[in-house]
Structures are given as C-alpha cells and as structure tokens.
Design a protein around this ligand. Structure first.
Ligand code: AMP
Length: 464
C-alpha cells in the first residue's frame, strides 16, 4: 500500500508534498520520495529509505525548487525493499521528464514485463510501476494523454496514479476504483492526494474525489477532465475503510470514522458479548469500532490497552537475552481497567493471529477473568492482489482453521467475527466493493503464480 500526492501551481511544491506525505505516512513506511519540476520543466528527484521525516530535511527540500511536485510513501507489495524501488519513478521520455507515483498493484505486471523484456526493454527496478512507464514510453499515440491511456488499457489490477510530464500533472484512478484519490484546491493551485487528511494538513479544500475511471489533467492549477477509461464493474477496497485509511479521512464518499463506528455497532448486534463488563479497543485502528460496540451493547467503554507511538520499524532489542515479546513493545494493559473483569476486546481484523494471541496472554496476565474477542470484519481467507500487503494464503490463520480452532489458538473465552453482509452494510451500499480477501471473489483474473511472482527475487541486483 502507498500514499501518493501531486501538487500543481503552488510555489515550493516539494515542501507542500512533504507535508502531505506526513499525513499519508500510515499508508507506507518503507521509503519516501518527491520529484519537483521547476518553471523550465527540469525535474529534480529525491528518494530515500525510511519515514518521510528520515528521508527529508530542510536542505534536501531546498534542492527541490518548482511549483509542480509528485510525492510517494511506499509500502512494498510488488518488488523488494530496496532504494531502486522507491518512488516516484522518474525517467526522461520524448515528451519530457516523467514522474509517476502509484498506489495499488497490477495483476498482469509480470506477464507484461516478460513481453517487454523479450522486446528489448531494460528494467532498473522490480516494481510493477516501471512496467507502466515502459508502456507509456513505447506507445505510438501522438499525445502524452494518448500514450498514458494506451498504457493503462493494457494493465490489469489496481492503480491510482499521479503523473507529472514536464509541468503537466495527471491524476488517474483505474476503472474498478480500488484505491482512493482526492482532488483539493489551495489558492490558485491544486493538490491531489490519496486521502483527505493530507488536504486538511496542507490547508487545501476538497474539490472532489476521483471516480473509478477518472482521468484528469492539471496545468497551472487548472483541472481538465479527459475522456474516462473504459468502464469496468466498480470494486472499491473495503479494507481501506476497515483498517487502512485514517479515520479522519473521507474515502469513497464515506467518513472512515462513521464506517468504523457502524462496523462496531453491527458487530455488537451480530456478536453480542453479554458476559462483558468493559469493552476496549486494540488501539488505534479499532478505537471507533469499540465505541460503536459500546453504544449498542451498553457495555462501558474503557482504555484497556495503551499503545506506544514511538516504536519505529527498526527497534533494536537492547540485549539479545532479553526476549521481550514484540507485542509488549507496542502495547501495555491498564491493570486497573482489566483486573478481575470480564473484558470485551474489539479489533478490526485478524491476519496471522500472532498479535492477538500475545495480546490475550497479556490481558489475562493483567488479571482479566474472561476475555471475549470481537472482530469488526470477517475471517481473512485470501491474500490481496490489489495493493494491501497481506501474507500468503497459508499464513492466514482463517484460511486453514475453523473459528472454534482460532478461538482455542488465541486462548479466548469467546470469539466473534462480523459477517460479510454486516461489514458491507456498515461500509455503505452506494458503491460496489472488493472484498476478495474475505470472500475469495477476486474482481480481476488472478494468475496462478501471482503470489510467487510478487515475492520473487528482483530482476536487478540488490545493493549491498
Ligand atoms: P495478526 O493477526 O497478528 O497478523 O495481526 C492482526 C492485526 O494487524 C490487526 O489488529 C490489524 O489491525 C493489523 N493489520 C491488518 N491488516 C494489516 C496489514 N495488511 N498490514 C499490517 N497490519 C495489518
């Protein structure tokens, strides 16, 4: 998963992109990058591994002049964790410098890549985004817009894109609309971002959310709608609303906070926990769900777990012998809330089950009399091929175990999952959703070997 941003017609666009990426940091913590275009359409890229705050500082941003910029925060789903795969991907084409930031995952990238390599293309990254760059560069259409369109008609899967070609910015959402992209206005300029929380941070007002298949051109802050991509059945990623997006964002026309509260309410109706004396969330993604659960069940909402917000990705255990459970670094129970009580713990989802198992042990050690786990989404039984980083099917606990077996593994007194219908009711029925990871109904063809290809070794050498 990734966070993307584009800026047009705003001085010091790179600084604005940097701020916006800060708000999108939850969408990708592996690498960050910005490409800025100056008034002479000279492109200056800067990319690095790590968080936005680790990659950029004042002196770096000072080297990125211009009023057009494209930014990206990456969480790898295709391609390995190396600097070469950090985005935006930037190249020189016959139409000028091109920078592309991609959120999503293509399902036919490997096939297209094999074909391109056979025809002489040379790849410098193992990410699927570079496939689109080659397709754009090789297109014989006579306008940039035609080239982009021709490239996109060949790819399958999920893509929300921000592309700069010289000083012109393009924003596109694939026809199924898997990933969000929103357009905002700031003075006489425009900002396009994965989530509205990025617009809020930079002070832009929301102009509109791009619909599935939308393709727009932004020049000097002016937006022009281009002919839309060929229509396909809409399949918005429901997991954006369940887990991925920030609750202060509006995604697919829905307040994420509103959806999460409703998920909690539905959960309380479908999977009540009458023995519960207090209810609390696994912070932060399920806070609103616990609130909704409490509202409907009448069980008192408490803060039973505290999350340490300063746990970086590169936490080093101070002594090798100190075998502190990973989960303890991140969460600590509030004893007073838990001791002697029958507690209801609300979480958004269960993936491998390891975090929840450790949390349940921790809650019991803090004196809980009974632990009732409630999950505000259905069992995850299949991997995502559209941009969310999920493990292989074998690692997903619900793909190989019954609910009863999972409950035993976790060590809970009771376990309840929200149904698919309950989840979709809460998500809002106005648009079609992709729920393949829960239902196994994949909206695009999925090549047999896709997972293996996704995790396969890159076509380029990994820097030492
Ligand atoms: P586990 O079942 O131990 O693998 O972890 C479940 C927790 O991971 C849940 O509390 C979710 O909030 C969180 N989660 C769900 N999906 C993802 C994902 N794609 N990447 C990282 N964390 C996730």
């Amino acid at each position: 998963m990734c966070g993307i941003i584009g800026v047009s017609g705003i001085p010091d666009a790179a600084r604005l992109a940097y701020l916006g990426l800060y708000a999108l940091q939850h969408r990708g913590q592996e690498s960050a990058g910005i490409v800025a275009m100056d008034r002479a359409a000279v492109a200056r890229p800067y990319r690095g591994m790590g968080l936005v705050s680790e990659v950029f500082d004042d002196s770096v941003l000072a080297q990125l002049p211009g009023d057009v910029a494209v930014g990206h925060a990456r969480y790898s789903t295709t391609g390995s964790t190396v600097l070469a795969n950090a985005q935006p991907c930037s190249v020189n084409t016959r139409c000028g410098p091109l920078a592309i930031a991609h959120n999503g995952n293509l399902t036919n990238a490997a096939e297209l890549k094999r074909d391109l390599v056979e025809r002489g293309a040379i790849f410098t990254t193992s990410s699927d985004t570079e496939v689109m760059v080659h397709l754009v560069a090789r297109s014989e259409a006579d306008t940039v817009e035609g080239q982009i369109r021709e490239a996109l008609e060949q790819v399958e899967g999920a893509y929300s894109l921000v592309i700069a070609v010289g000083r012109t910015l393009y924003a596109v959402v694939d026809s199924r609309g898997f990933r969000p992209l929103v357009l905002g206005r700031l003075g006489s300029g425009m900002v396009v971002a994965s989530e509205t929380c990025a617009l809020d941070l930079v002070g832009a007002t929301i102009a509109c959310e791009l619909r599935p298949g939308d393709f727009v051109r932004i020049e000097d802050g002016q937006v022009t709608e281009l002919p839309r991509l060929s229509p396909r059945p809409v399949s918005r990623c429901v997991f954006e609303l369940v887990y991925f997006a920030r609750p202060d964002s509006t995604v697919f026309g829905e307040s994420v906070d509103r959806v999460r509260r409703d998920l909690g309410r539905e959960l309380a109706r479908e999977q009540p926990a009458p023995a519960g004396e207090v209810v609390f969330s696994v912070p932060d993604s399920s806070n609103a769900m616990a609130l909704g659960f409490s509202e409907v069940s009448g069980i008192k909402l408490e803060h039973g777990l505290i999350r340490n917000h300063y746990v970086g990705r590169t936490f080093i255990n101070p002594t090798q012998n100190l075998r502190v459970a990973k989960v303890k670094i991140k969460f600590n129970p509030v004893r007073d809330v838990i001791h002697g009580k029958s507690v209801v713990v609300v979480d958004d989802s269960l993936v491998r089950g390891n975090t929840s198992q450790s949390l349940v042990q921790m809650i019991r050690a803090a004196g809980a009399r009974e632990v009732h786990l409630r999950l505000a989404s259905p069992p995850i039984t299949g991997p995502c091929h559209y941009g969310i980083d999920t493990p292989t099917r074998e690692e997903l606990i619900a793909s190989t175990h019954s609910i009863e077996e999972i409950g035993e593994f976790l060590g809970v007194d009771s376990l309840g999952y929200l149904s698919l219908d309950g989840m979709l009711r809460a998500a809002g029925s106005a648009t079609g959703f992709c729920h393949a990871c829960f239902s196994g109904q994949y909206p695009t063809p999925v090549p047999e070997d896709l997972v293996q290809l996704r995790h396969a070794s890159p076509l380029i050498a990994t820097p030492a």
